[in-house]
Design a protein around this ligand. Structure first.
Ligand code: MOS
Length: 725
């Protein structure tokens, strides 16, 4: 099915099941520990041996020699795989660095090999006997030092210019020129990268933890140099991804290589100590923002430049993205600058681009509002735009941004905020309020599904879509239930298997709308087949209360299916609707903090997010996405920071003890409001992404609240107390 024009009405609009705050159907399995995660697929691969990954001890250089003799003799050891005996490996489409080093080493903790043994402890003990000799080369590890040599990458959209920024900025009566920094950050998900690989002849099955099944399957085939048809990936449950599991990672390749060498299934969970330097991270940025406005507060000139670094062949963090869409202003400039760094590979982490970009832009907007003596909410409302500011005439499909700002301000009690900072004191605490916009683009990806009306009247949905803790199982069941007029209890959803039709996968907040749209397409086909079989006019058929009816006749689906299951498969594909109209998601974040007068300890007291993101398919799982994102935003504002060892080129705090994220005690009352909205241009579901929107801007709202409380403006994240004293 091709989606080419805005959808008017369809069965989803009944909203009998879609739009209801259903509990997650996989919830009981997850909370009772009975949902098998990748490393726990004991039944699928009994007799699996254990792999232990060896990470490179240098950031850049060469492996001179590897001596595995002692390790091979150690108790329980079955195989040791390094580049010397792995065979020729290809490189997939999505990784910048090779997933197995040798002889070249491209980053610290890049996998050098895997030791396979009968037990985990034996593999770990033997790995310490592997002697690797390195020839170290000099690398570049410091973004601030490398930024002068940065270049504008040739990605086509690394730079945008409208009008004459320099001239307009020079002549602006009120202006700001400020630089902000965001640190390297880690996904730090609970479940590490984990895989069990099992070969059957020249075919391999990998039970893994991956957000994008088809990307992973294709890349594993390319890496191993085997046909994609010989690779099966299975990933029904995922313990968090945040972008870290968008791509094939080393543990899956090493499990496959280890299993081939050991001639039996091998399981590998990337050790927590390797999780940060072996994998990808959100790259640090240095962002310069210049804004020029009239005395009345109209932006006339706005420039946003962002510097980030990556390994040779890598890409930039697209932190200027939102600045192209969010505010009006005739003279504009955005530019990405990419430096070469030999740190581990930078890549997507939840809302790549907008997440760090909004941390800078929305503090700049707060600073500018203060210079203008304007309320920060009013300043944003004044600079709203109804068209894409870089492409006049091109409209937003929906833009309920001002509504988010106004509703949020009212609900939060924003009118009680003191404009002058440092005015409100409660005992030892200075109290302040801050706000920021939320913005994230919406993307739709092609997505397929198969639906089957079983002979017992139940329906099975199969798609390789993943559920990374987001609620995919539930919204897919709701979609099929709505389309077929059945209660959700009669829908059985099967996800995360490359044997199923290729879905959009979970990334870039495109998963919910795209994957359910694919299920919609398959259900449209199934409805036609069911109606035909029931001898009814398919064009007039309605599906309600477990029956199909048309022309005064009603046939229960159990009756229709009696003769045998009915199967339909389809793909939702997109025309150029997205290109004609800008699809984005909008919101506003409000935060109240208290800062200890003596120690500068920050306590977040209240948070509110208002989101406009199309139809909300399930308000409960959507709210969970947003409160999770708000929590992550507090981490980004106050804690998260990969500390770079600039001499040796690695992230020092490479575990969950020293990479700090918020815990329950750090998180206060959180409230989420969804603006009532449907977007008929996104898909028949009329939904958009929400999981990343909820993060974008939170950090700035916290930083702005800290400024309002204390009068101290910190432009370098995280806002730790040492920067305030
Ligand atoms: Mo997201 S960073 O595309 O999983």
């Amino acid at each position: 099915m091709k989606f080419t024009k805005p959808e008017t009405t369809n069965p989803i609009d009944q909203m009998k099941v879609v739009g209801k705050p259903l509990d997650r159907i996989d919830g009981p399995q997850k909370t009772t520990g009975s949902a098998p995660y990748a490393y726990e697929q004991h039944a699928a691969a009994p007799n699996a041996a254990y792999g232990y990954v060896i990470g490179a001890a240098i950031a850049k250089g060469r492996i001179v020699s590897i001596d595995t003799a002692a390790a091979r003799r150690a108790p329980g050891v079955i195989a040791v795989v390094t580049y010397e005996n792995a065979g020729k490996l290809g490189k997939g489409n999505f990784n910048t660095a090779h997933l197995l080093a040798g002889p070249e080493v491209q980053h610290y903790h890049q996998a050098v090999g895997v030791v396979v043994a009968e037990t985990f402890e034996q593999a770990r003990a033997a790995s310490s006997l592997v002697k690797v000799e390195y020839a170290k080369a000099n690398g570049s590890y410091d973004l601030a030092a490398a930024m002068n040599a940065a270049v504008t990458p040739k990605t086509g959209d690394a730079e945008s210019k409208v009008g004459d920024f320099d001239g307009a900025f020079a002549g602006a009566p009120v202006k700001l020129d400020a630089t902000y920094t965001t640190p390297d950050q880690s996904h730090a998900m609970m479940e590490p990268h984990a895989s069990i690989a099992s070969w059957d002849g020249d075919k391999v099955t990998v039970w893994t933890s991956n957000q994008m099944i088809d990307w992973g399957k294709q890349d594993l085939a390319k890496t191993l140099g085997i046909p994609a048809g010989n690779v099966r990936l299975v990933s029904p449950y995922i313990g968090g991804g945040f972008g870290g599991k968008l791509f094939l990672r080393s543990e899956a390749v090493l499990a496959a290589l280890g299993a081939r060498a050991a001639k039996r299934p091998v399981k590998v969970a990337l050790q927590r100590a390797l999780m940060i330097n072996n994998t990808t991270h959100r790259p640090a940025t240095i962002q310069r923002i210049r804004i020029g406005a009239t005395r009345e507060g109209r932006i006339n000139a706005i420039a946003h430049e962002s510097w980030s670094g990556d390994l040779p062949g890598g890409g930039p963090e697209t932190a200027v993205q939102q600045t192209r869409f969010l505010y009006a202003g005739g003279h504009r400039l955005t530019r990405l600058q990419l430096a070469t760094l030999d740190l581990p590979e930078g890549n997507a982490m939840r809302a790549p681009g907008e997440a760090p970009g909004m941390m800078a832009l929305e503090v700049a907007m707060d600073e500018m509002a203060e210079k203008l003596k304007m309320d920060p909410v009013t300043f944003r409302v004044v600079n709203d735009t109804t068209v894409d500011p870089e492409k006049p005439g091109r409209k937003f499909s929906q833009r309920r941004y001002v509504q988010c700002l106004r509703q949020g301000a009212e609900r939060f009690g924003w009118d009680k905020r003191q404009a002058k900072p440092g005015q409100v004191r409660e005992g030892q605490w200075l109290v302040g309020m801050g706000m920021a916009s939320a913005f994230r683009n919406n993307m739709n990806l092609k997505s397929a599904a198969r639906v089957r009306l079983e002979s017992d009247g139940k329906v099975t949905v199969e798609t390789d879509m993943t559920d990374i803790g987001t609620g995919s199982y539930t919204i897919i069941a709701q979609t099929a239930a709505e389309m077929l007029g059945l209660p959700v209890e009669r829908i059985n959803v099967r996800l995360g298997d490359s044997d199923y039709p290729v879905s959009a996968g979970s990334g870039g907040q495109w998963g919910a709308n795209s994957a359910t749209a694919g299920v919609y397409a398959a259900c449209v086909k199934l409805r036609e087949q069911i109606a035909q079989k029931a001898g009814l006019d398919a064009a007039k058929a309605e599906f309600l209360d477990g029956a199909v009816r048309a022309g005064g006749r009603s046939v229960p689906l159990t009756e229709v299916a009696k003769g045998g299951a009915i199967v339909a498969e389809d793909t939702m594909e997109y025309g150029d609707l997205e290109k004609k109209m800008q699809q984005s998601t909008f919101g506003a974040h409000f935060v109240e903090v208290a800062v200890d007068v003596a120690t500068a300890e920050v306590r977040v007291r209240r948070m509110l997010s208002v989101c406009a993101a199309g139809r909300i398919l399930n308000p409960k799982s959507a709210r969970s996405q947003v409160i999770g994102a708000m929590t992550m935003g507090v981490g980004g504002a106050l804690m998260e920071h990969l500390a770079v060892d600039k001499r040796h080129g690695f992230f020092v705090n490479h575990d969950l003890a020293s990479y700090e994220v918020p815990v329950h005690a750090d998180i206060p009352h959180q409230e989420v409001i969804f603006i009532d909205e449907t977007d008929p241009t996104t898909s028949p579901m009329k939904a958009k992404g929400i999981g990343e929107l909820g993060l974008c801007g939170v950090g700035a709202a916290v930083a702005n609240a800290i400024y309002n409380a204390t009068g101290v403006r910190v432009r370098d994240y995280p806002v730790t107390l040492d920067k305030m004293l």
